[in-house]
Design a protein around this ligand. Structure first.
Ligand code: G3I
Ligand code: 9MR
Ligand code: ZN
Length: 448
């Protein structure tokens, strides 16, 4: 694939976030057939109460129109890290409405999500887990999902992820939009203070709500990530003490929505040497190399140059998270085997896989054409630039069960809009793709 195509794909992959916007009008000029009036603008009811709150804005999570703090935080983190590592690659022409001259388009877009996230914070600093209707709508455009919006209860995983994402945002926006950045930092501290006095509140769907759960009953990695990001933002020793007594080598490769310890590590590694502790830094770096070396080793034995031991729901995210990890290791200790292996991971996503399918919509004739994505189904054409979930060997939906009963794990994928467990799209699946493409495009030679 030549560079020009690669950049076009990259821009579409970035633009997906804009097209997932909730709560504002997408004009025909900007969004073409995916234009729609402002959606989900009604006040949302706080679960179990008669109180309403304005939680408008943010990005629709996926093929559904829910907005969930946990996966939103992963998406924000990936995009912030990508922008930090390869700023020159983000085109100013992402077709985002209301571009300002004060910051690059991608940061403008992330800000849109962060503004929504702040609305999800309660007075006491705790952060609501999600806002959705009680159940999923049919395949309609977003303005037609008009059931009551319900804000699900606070969880400590959401509060930790929120604190981390806000503190990371503070560092990036401080020089671009001072007031906004300060506000992010305040919000992060309030969430942290809430966590300090609150033991784990796991999340499971409350009675009557059946939308995405993003359940997590272990918040220790979210707290660690928050501590790392707050320490990086403030230099405050309280956070440093927390980091030192909670650091965990088992988290070295955890860049998922539920397991986020490696984001904490990535942030710690970015702290300047006069503030960070050299022993902690080198322990984290060693864990990172161990994880990256093991990936390189295991990927070598695979025809397609990737290693996936369990094709779970969203296995394409796992492949891209692994590529992210390799590129992060390469930042600390450059090695061509890291970048070559990362590039092969991207090739797998773009078509060099047992299905021979390009898992990103709108790239080529090989691209998935029937994603489980409500606007795409409603319009009758796949929106471009979206990564589908990919093979799920556990056959989590009826369509997959019907068609994939006897195929090998890496082929448990079907390009059918009914198969939400293999063919849905999601903001936090696109975000590691943005990271990996941005890095490989920015590194001369590794993208062609
Ligand atoms: O962690 C276990 C692992 O130990 C085990 O080997 C494996 C095999 O069963 O399962 C793993 O748990 C899986 C979990 O994801 C973590 O990866 C569950 O089976 C699987 O059902 C679960 O899937 C999640 C799915 O929602 C259902 O809850 C996906 O990760 C998550 O990406 C997906 O997210 C949905 C939202 O709910 C709604 N919006 C769309 C979005 C994308 O499809
Ligand atoms: O469309 C929903 C998708 O976004 C979710 O990831 C998925 C799992 O929670 O559920 C989908 O909704 C389906 C529902 O769970 C069962 N009935 C059919 C719905 C899809 O058409
Ligand atoms: Zn909406």
């Amino acid at each position: 694939m030549d560079n020009i195509d690669f950049i076009k794909i990259f821009n579409n992959v970035c633009r997906m976030f804009y097209l997932q916007r909730c709560g504002c009008r997408l004009s025909e000029d900007m969004a073409g057939e995916f234009s729609h009036p402002a959606c989900h603008t009604a006040a949302a009811r706080i679960y179990g109460t008669a109180q309403y709150a304005d939680v408008g804005g943010g990005w629709h999570d996926a093929g559904d129109y829910g907005r969930y703090i946990v996966p939103a935080s992963k998406a924000v983190a990936d995009l912030l890290l990508a922008n930090k590592a390869a700023p020159s690659i983000f085109s100013d022409n992402l077709n985002i409405s209301g571009p300002s001259n004060s910051m690059p388009g991608i940061l403008e877009e992330i800000k849109y999500e962060l503004i929504w996230m702040k609305k999800m914070q309660r007075e006491d600093g705790g952060v609501y887990h999600k806002v959705t209707c009680a159940k999923f709508p049919g395949f309609v455009m977003p303005q037609y999902e008009t059931d009551e919006l319900i804000i699900s209860p606070v969880s400590t995983a959401a509060s930790g992820d929120f604190a981390a994402a806000m503190a990371m945002a503070y560092r990036i926006y401080a020089s671009l939009d001072h007031a906004f950045a300060q506000d992010c930092l305040m919000a992060a501290k309030r969430a942290w203070n809430f966590l300090e006095t609150t033991p784990c509140i796991p999340f499971t769907n409350p009675d009557g709500i059946i939308t995405g759960e993003y359940g997590d009953d272990n918040d220790s990695d979210e707290r660690y990530w928050a501590a790392c990001a707050l320490f990086a933002a403030t230099g405050d020793k309280t956070y440093h003490r927390y980091i030192k007594s909670n650091i965990n080598p088992a988290w070295a490769a955890d860049l998922g929505w539920a397991d986020v310890g490696a984001y904490g590590n990535a942030v710690y590694l970015s702290i300047s040497n006069d503030v960070a502790d050299a022993t902690v830094k080198s322990a984290i770096a060693m864990d990172l190399f161990r994880a990256a070396d093991s990936l390189v080793e295991k990927s070598r034995d695979n025809d397609y140059g990737v290693f996936v031991d369990d094709f779970i729901w969203g296995s394409n995210m796992v492949v891209l998270n692994n590529a992210m990890l390799l590129l992060m290791a390469n930042d600390i200790q450059p090695k061509s085997e890291y970048t070559v292996c990362a590039r092969r991971h991207l090739d797998y996503i773009l078509g060099n896989n047992p299905m021979g399918i390009c898992y990103v919509t709108g790239c080529s004739d090989l691209s998935a054409q029937h994603p489980h994505h409500r606007p795409s189904v409603a319009v009758g054409r796949a929106m471009s630039g979206m990564l589908v979930g990919g093979p799920d060997q556990h056959l989590h939906d009826a369509c997959a069960q019907k068609h994939l009963g006897s195929v090998s794990p890496a082929r448990c994928y079907i390009d059918d809009a009914e198969s939400y467990s293999t063919n849905e799209v999601a903001i936090y699946w696109n975000s590691p793709l943005v990271y990996v493409m941005a890095r490989l495009l920015a590194a001369p030679g590794s993208a062609d």
